[in-house]
Design a protein around this ligand. Structure first.
Ligand SMILES: [Zn+2]
Length: 282
């Protein structure tokens, strides 16, 4: 899922924290002369250059600004539904996800959701309404948690920094323009901008895979993840804006179908253990 471009375009709230993070990156990559090869939860090799605590701090700042710029839902029924799903997934995967997660429901018709480094998640009421049931929304929630767990924001920023020359990048950022867009996308805050497509798709598929297992462990039917993306596919070109930069919904549904044999045993185990989250769609 994605962060709406409008929120980025409306303000310059990223400027200061971004500079401090870039400064750290230059220190890490340039002065210290070190690089770091990490492995994602699915075993994929990643380039991670930035200290995770700084990326998390940037994510927290962006999230706070997001809550000011967008309308936070005042419906306790809607946010209760979203939180019910979030808590079920986080509780069932506690050893993997840790604590300190924050989930906010935004009042918007957008069929969208986003994740930021620092364990921050946003779900739009439009997405909650679009998903036919709690298990479908759990697929979205699991996907967002997956982005955070796999440190996708850090990875995208690290790759953007590695691909550009340090000081030139800073100067270009000050001047705005295309490089600034690349950096915003690298932060995981500009998925809608239509750049870095191949990598974005890799991350999207990986977040789908991580999320599918997590929702199943929480007792949500993983088959509904397939149903959600099949429903998304029927929207065609009139679908949500993020579809152009994300894997095609039909391909996504196919991939999630192929992963059912991996997720089902976790679901069966959860059901046998009595994990049947009662999160009712309003
Ligand atoms: Zn995503």
């Amino acid at each position: 899922m994605t962060t709406p471009v409008t929120a980025i375009a409306r303000s310059h709230w990223l400027a200061m924290p971004l500079f401090s993070v870039i400064g750290s990156a230059l220190l890490v990559a340039g002065v210290a002369g070190t690089t770091s090869c990490a492995t994602s939860p699915t075993g994929r090799k990643q380039l991670i250059l930035l200290p995770e605590d700084q990326v998390a701090s940037l994510g927290a700042t962006a999230y706070a600004d997001m809550k000011k710029a967008e309308k936070v839902s005042t419906s306790s029924v809607m946010s209760g539904y979203v939180n019910c799903i979030a808590q079920a997934i986080l509780a069932a995967n506690r050893s993997q996800v840790g604590k300190g997660w924050e989930v906010t429901t935004f009042d918007s018709d957008q069929i969208n959701a986003f994740a930021l480094p620092g364990r921050k998640i946003g779900i739009y009421s439009g997405m909650a309404n679009f998903a036919d049931n709690a298990s479908q929304l759990a697929a979205v929630m699991g996907h967002e948690v997956g982005h955070v767990l796999a440190r996708h924001g850090n990875e995208r920023m690290s790759e953007a920094l590695a691909a550009q020359s340090g000081l030139g990048l800073l100067a270009a950022y000050q001047g705005g323009g295309e490089t600034k867009q690349v950096l915003l996308a690298a932060l995981g805050l500009g998925y809608d901008l239509g750049i870095a497509k191949p990598h974005s798709r890799t991350q999207e598929s990986e977040a789908d895979q991580i999320g599918l297992v997590m929702m199943a462990k929480a007792g949500f039917d993983p088959g509904q993840a397939v149903a959600l993306w099949q429903k998304m596919a029927t929207r065609g070109n009139s679908g949500p804006e993020f579809l152009s930069t994300h894997p095609a919904p039909s391909k996504r549904a196919q991939a999630l179908k192929a992963l059912q044999s991996q997720a089902k045993p976790h679901y069966n185990q959860a059901v046998a253990a009595g994990r049947r989250p009662q999160c009712r769609k309003p």
